[in-house]
Design a binder for this molecule. Structure first.
Ligand SMILES: [Zn+2]
Length: 204
């Protein structure tokens, strides 16, 4: 494989790139326990975008768990494969818990957290570069985020299980616009209470 892009995304920062079909994006959790929130759109028609609901329905039909891992196929709202997880050292990537926002911070952690930086703000800033906005914020993937589902259906954010240098590889099955928020959350354990940089390598 030939590296076409190799970027370190600072703690709390957004990132975006367009993947061509067949290219592989590696997301590296450099220091461990860093949640990486991601949105995916068809690069030529952004009304086609990642669908957590359809992806999880297909995972369940295949007898898989309620989270993403090696072999998972990320489906669009038109039920077409967008990306496939082709390598994974973590084994647990959430796509149920959504992205943090000042609104959810207020509800979960108290009104004084309202003005803390959030993934939703990262996404809105990055979406603006592509002529998109609030209405284009849809369900996302949280790479490296540990969200076990209890037998009673409850969902909690637990300590991350990814190790320093852990990575996940995604192969693009179509030309895909990728938006990433290197999560700035410090009020729950999704980032080990200490947001850290990630590295993103795109190869072909
Ligand atoms: Zn976040």
């Amino acid at each position: 494989m030939t590296v076409v892009s190799d970027v370190v995304v600072p703690a709390r920062a957004p990132f975006s790139a367009t993947l061509q079909a067949g290219q592989v994006m590696r997301i590296i959790d450099l220091e461990s326990q860093q949640a990486v929130d991601a949105l995916f759109y068809n690069a030529y028609d952004t009304t086609e975008r990642y669908s957590a609901q359809d992806t999880l329905a297909a995972e369940a039909a295949a007898g898989r768990k309620f989270h993403l891992g090696l072999g998972s196929v990320l489906l669009s709202n038109e039920l077409r494969p967008m990306l496939t997880i082709v390598a994974d050292t973590c084994g647990f990537h959430d796509t149920s818990a959504g992205a943090c926002s000042c609104e959810s911070n207020t509800v979960r952690f108290g009104h004084e957290t309202r003005f803390m930086h959030s993934c939703r703000e990262n996404f809105l800033a990055e979406l603006g570069k592509y002529g998109m906005g609030k209405r284009d914020l849809v369900s996302n993937v949280n790479f490296f985020m540990n969200v076990p589902i209890r037998p009673n259906g409850e969902l909690t954010v637990d300590d991350g299980v990814s190790k320093p240098g852990g990575y996940v590889d995604l192969r693009a099955e179509m030309d895909v616009l990728v938006l990433i928020s290197n999560c700035p959350q410090v009020n729950n354990p999704c980032n080990g209470f200490n947001p850290t940089p990630i590295r993103i390598i795109i190869s072909e």
